[in-house]
Design a protein. Structure first.
Length: 225
């Protein structure tokens, strides 16, 4: 069983010392990678620059921003024959299009150099990124069917909002499984998750990252990988 996992967060550059990112640590991806490796899977991890890394030896590649993550996914999926992609990476919905100074000067974002902090204000103009999750099967090309596992994180007390978020990702039709976590349910000891199939049925509830990895491994085995 050959599995590609993405984890950690993207960093969308403003300049060489500033960027837009998120709270993703990559801990869940590292834990799942470790457990799947222990169960016998051949795991490749594509991780954010500052993400936690697994303890077990496995293939690793890194990404920084949306573009580099997208390019590395295309390269890996076209070059290798993976059975599944577990896409945990927290991908920015927006990247910086340009920065505008108070004098109206436009600056193109660059991961080198530093924009002066002398001015009273800077306006960031953002552009929307497409959903990489929706392109993974295309990146895989005409090779054998790729099992795509998407993750949906919510932060709400509303069951209706949670169900709506999961339903939306499933209805987009680009995933085989969706793993749902709600930020308010996660503690130092527990990391509850629900696993849904593409028709919207709830298959499993898990309480830890390791248990989640075991259920995903079981599902992949059931599909013949």
């Amino acid at each position: 069983m050959k599995v590609l996992i993405t984890s950690g967060g993207t960093e969308e550059p403003i300049d060489g010392v500033r960027y837009i990112t998120n709270f993703s640590t990559g801990k869940t991806g590292a834990a799942i990678a470790d457990r799947l490796t222990e169960l016998g899977a051949e795991v490749t991890l594509l991780h954010g620059k500052r993400a936690f890394l697994p303890e077990n030896p496995l293939k690793k590649h890194s990404f920084t921003d949306f573009r580099s993550l997208d390019e590395r996914l295309q390269a890996l999926l076209s070059a290798e024959d993976f059975d599944a992609v577990i896409h945990l990476a927290a991908v920015s919905d927006f990247s910086v299009d340009f920065i505008e100074t108070e004098e109206g000067k436009r600056i193109v974002p660059d991961a080198r150099g530093k924009i002066s902090s002398d001015g009273k204000s800077l306006n960031l103009h953002l552009k929307r990124n497409y959903k990489i999750l929706q392109k993974l099967k295309d990146y895989n090309g005409a090779k054998k069917d790729l099992l795509v596992v998407g993750f949906k994180l919510t932060d709400t007390d509303s069951v209706e909002e949670m169900e709506s978020a999961v339903k939306k990702q499933l209805e987009e039709g680009h995933v085989d499984l969706v793993v749902h976590n709600n930020l308010r349910d996660i503690t130092a000891a527990k990391h509850p998750a629900r696993i849904y199939v593409s028709n919207g049925s709830l298959l499993y509830r898990t309480e830890t990252k390791e248990e989640l990895a075991e259920k995903l491994f079981q599902l992949m085995k059931e599909k013949g990988y």
